[in-house]
Ligand binder design. Structure first.
Ligand code: A3P
Length: 297
């Protein structure tokens, strides 16, 4: 595992920021496969990834709490409340140049991606492999994404201000494109493929972690005692993960930028009144028909 971190550090050090690779009007982080092959081919390779019928896929829009739900799922699968000694980045489809590394993962393989549902591995869908989707209040995502983009400029090439990032988000020009398109894609897939996708929200997971863990364990068909669920809830608390979880972004400055605040409502520290009004107007227009009900606390 040390090799993974060392490798990630070396890759970051050897790269310069580049314009974000783009396909079909959507920009992507300039991860190695996207730099090497271009976005169109990198996405095709993800779609053609050789799935196993036991693969479990974490699907989220960026900054929705992916590291958190990934760790929770990993603990349920491994039936332990010990933090995994692996960084989520090592099993993220967009970052893997050679998919043969996934052959070495223990079954069931736990993989993750921020790509839209239409780019998911075909085999995952054909075999009805389990998909875990976490949704988060998009105002908090926007604030979290701004912070991440400023820190991760090797892959996200962003050097601007909050106001500039807000405009990028509103025009869906940030990496991975429109949050609405992403969430509507998953929502439609839930209808098209009943029982294949488990959806939970960041906010509900924070408010009643044990209840949401139980729902997830049931979806995964993993029997769990109440005390195990309690232990997993504690081990995956923000504080515990911030202090003890292995984090490749710490290789840069010792602090890292994934485990930032872990709170609901931090958007209020960023949005101006006018920005909030613009956001609400777009949200109402684009999301009024959604069955996903989010609250902006
Ligand atoms: P903030 O930037 O608002 O703090 P992702 O993993 O998709 O990149 O999402 C990162 C966001 O999830 C960050 O939000 C991070 O702090 C938060 N997060 C990570 N681990 C968490 C945990 N165990 N509990 C709650 N939030 C967590």
């Amino acid at each position: 595992m040390a090799l993974d971190l060392e490798k990630i550090k070396k890759i970051r050090e050897s790269l310069e920021p580049v314009p974000l690779p783009e396909h079909d009007g959507v920009c992507y982080p300039s991860f190695l496969p996207f730099r090497e092959k271009g976005a169109e081919q990198a996405l095709k390779d993800i779609t053609n990834f050789q799935s196993s019928d036991t693969d479990i896929m974490i699907c989220t829009y960026a900054k929705s709490g992916t590291h958190w739900i990934n760790e929770i799922t990993s603990m349920l699968i491994r039936k332990t409340a010990e933090l995994d000694n692996k960084d989520k980045a090592t099993t993220m489809l967009e970052t893997i140049s050679d998919f043969s590394v996934t052959d070495d993962l223990q079954s069931p393989r736990l993989l993750n991606t921020h790509c839209q549902f239409r780019y998911l591995p075909k085999g995952q869908i054909v075999q009805r492999g389990k998909i875990i989707h976490m949704i988060r209040n998009p105002k908090d995502i926007c604030a979290s994404y701004y912070y991440h983009s400023r820190k991760d400029n090797i892959f996200l090439s962003f050097f601007g201000t909050w106001n500039e990032f807000f405009d990028l988000w509103m025009s869906a020009k940030c990496a991975y494109g429109s949050w609405y398109t992403y969430e509507k894609g998953i929502e439609q897939a839930e209808k098209d493929y009943p029982c294949m996708i488990f959806t939970c929200s960041y906010e509900e997971m924070k408010k009643d972690t044990e209840r949401e863990l139980k729902r997830l364990a049931d979806f995964l068909e993993i029997p769990c005692t109440e005390s195990t669920l309690e232990d997993i809830a504690k081990a995956t608390s923000f504080q515990n993960m911030q202090h003890h979880k292995l984090d490749s972004t710490k290789e840069l400055d010792g602090k890292g930028f994934i485990y930032r605040k872990g709170e609901i409502g931090d958007w209020k520290n960023y949005f101006t009144v006018a920005q909030n009004e613009r956001f609400d107007e777009q949200y109402t227009e684009r999301f009024k028909d959604s069955t996903y009900k989010l609250t902006f606390e």
